[in-house]
Design a protein around this ligand. Structure first.
Ligand SMILES: *Cc1c(COP(=O)(O)O)cnc(C)c1O
Length: 426
């Protein structure tokens, strides 16, 4: 498509956008009396208007039924989490039995590592990406030390080549082959949080398995953003948070995938609690743990229903629209934003900024990360004052994620105009 940097053109794209109506389903903060242009759906998604009713329902059930709500609420609390299996399995490409929701992301990754990281002196290394999200780095270090190994030896990072912003796929595969027999676990972010680079989950999982390692994924920036086929790709486990692209609210519950092939494996260690115990016999308070079949068997505690309520609202909204349409719009919207950025840069002098996210559609999703050359943090602050919420990462990067659920093409045009005025300032 031949894009144009005009308001009329952007409005035309909005008029043709089947998802445009969903914009009105979200609550936008306002600055100077106007709705903001929101680019941080990769950090905390906006609140869907329908969420309030889901939370109110739990509050009302609690008021009216108290403890009886566990069994007699319209959506009983004791198996409330089971409502997620079908809609979430569609979003991440899984069988419903492979899905559970519980805890928060880093906690779930730790729990998955209890099952899928069992180092031996010959097979103890973990492969991750260079500059992985800090929480993941701390997790790797603490897990490795917990098992009595040295993080400097056991954690192998896949590096970017000198002068390049993204990690090359062939370098990931080569590193996996190089570590070979010593490799116990590959655990990478499906979409890199800093650059927005999307990794080839299928091929990397296959390469890891060839060495006899387990392969898991941190899908914080991938769930609700990219196409996933976790079951078919033979991924061992994956976890994601729900508050980024999935709009479930601050710090909210995480989703977790455990491949069917592991469900019957009694040898896999796992940390247990009563919510992972045989559902029919849970309240008999028996001493021996008998895990629920499927991913729910990794549950530990009874669930925070007040956090699951907003997550359920969001998951049902995703199921209503489907990832296919969201991805179609995402691609067009991101391409339009990329075009606007290049246009504005050209109109100024062509050297102010550089998009470090891969250009290739296969290797990127919603986010564009922009490296600012001549500009500093003041530009980020200027954008904020003028109603554009972006996110700043050291040393000099702003991340822009035009979430397809609620960002419009006109937002992209408008952003370009605000950006140009900000940069032109002496
Ligand atoms: C956002 C994010 C996290 C956050 O972890 P929490 O446990 O939810 O605080 C972890 N890993 C990655 C890759 C992230 O992007």
């Amino acid at each position: 498509m031949n894009f144009q940097n005009t308001r009329e053109f952007a409005q035309q794209l909005d008029a043709q956008d089947e998802l445009f109506k969903y914009r009105n389903e979200f609550l936008f903060p306002s600055i100077n009396g106007k709705n903001v242009i929101y680019f941080t759906g990769n950090s905390l998604g906006l609140q869907p208007k329908r969420t309030q009713a889901y939370v109110d329902e739990v509050m009302n059930d609690w008021a009216k039924l108290a403890v009886e709500g566990h069994f007699y609420a319209d959506k009983p609390w004791w198996d409330y989490h089971e409502r997620f299996a079908v809609p979430l399995s569609g979003i991440v490409g899984a069988k419903p039995s492979e899905i559970t929701v519980m805890n928060t992301l880093t906690v779930n990754l730790h729990l998955m590592m209890v099952s899928f990281y069992q180092p031996t002196p010959k097979k103890y290394k973990i492969i991750c990406e260079e500059k992985a999200f800090p929480s993941d780095q701390y997790m790797f270090q603490s897990q490795v030390k917990f098992h009595g190994y040295d993080p400097k030896d056991a954690i192998v990072e896949i590096k970017r080549r000198e002068g390049e912003h993204n990690i090359r796929h062939e370098d990931i595969i080569a590193k996996i082959e190089e570590v070979g027999e010593e490799l116990a676990l590959v655990l990478i972010g499906g979409v890199n949080y800093y650059t927005g680079q999307v990794f080839d989950i299928k091929a990397i999982t296959e390469a890891g398995h060839k060495t006899g390692a387990y392969v898991g994924w941190d899908l914080a920036h991938a769930a609700g953003n990219i196409e996933l086929e976790l079951h078919d790709w033979n991924v061992d486990f994956a976890c994601w948070c729900s508050y980024k692209y999935m709009n479930s609210g601050p710090g909210n519950a995480s989703g977790c995938f455990v491949h069917e092939k592991h469900h019957n494996d009694k040898e896999l260690p796992r940390f247990a609690g009563w919510w992972g115990h045989n559902k029919e016999r849970r309240f008999k308070m028996e001493p021996d743990f008998d895990p629920v079949h499927g991913a729910d068997g990794w549950q530990i505690s009874n669930l925070p229903i007040l956090s699951l309520a907003p997550y359920l609202a969001s998951v049902e909204m995703f199921a209503e629209v489907g990832m296919k349409k969201l991805i179609q719009k995402r691609n067009l919207l991101t391409a339009y934003l990329e075009f606007i950025l290049h246009e504005i840069d050209r109109e100024i002098d062509g050297t102010e900024f550089e998009i470090i996210t891969p250009q290739n559609q296969e290797e990127r999703a919603c986010q564009l990360s922009v490296y600012l050359h001549g500009q500093g943090r003041s530009l980020f602050e200027y954008l904020m004052k003028n109603g554009v919420i972006t996110d700043w990462r050291e040393p000099n990067v702003i991340r822009l994620a035009p979430a397809p659920f609620y960002c419009s093409f006109e937002d992209m045009y408008e952003f370009g105009q605000i950006l140009k005025a900000g940069i032109s300032k002496p």
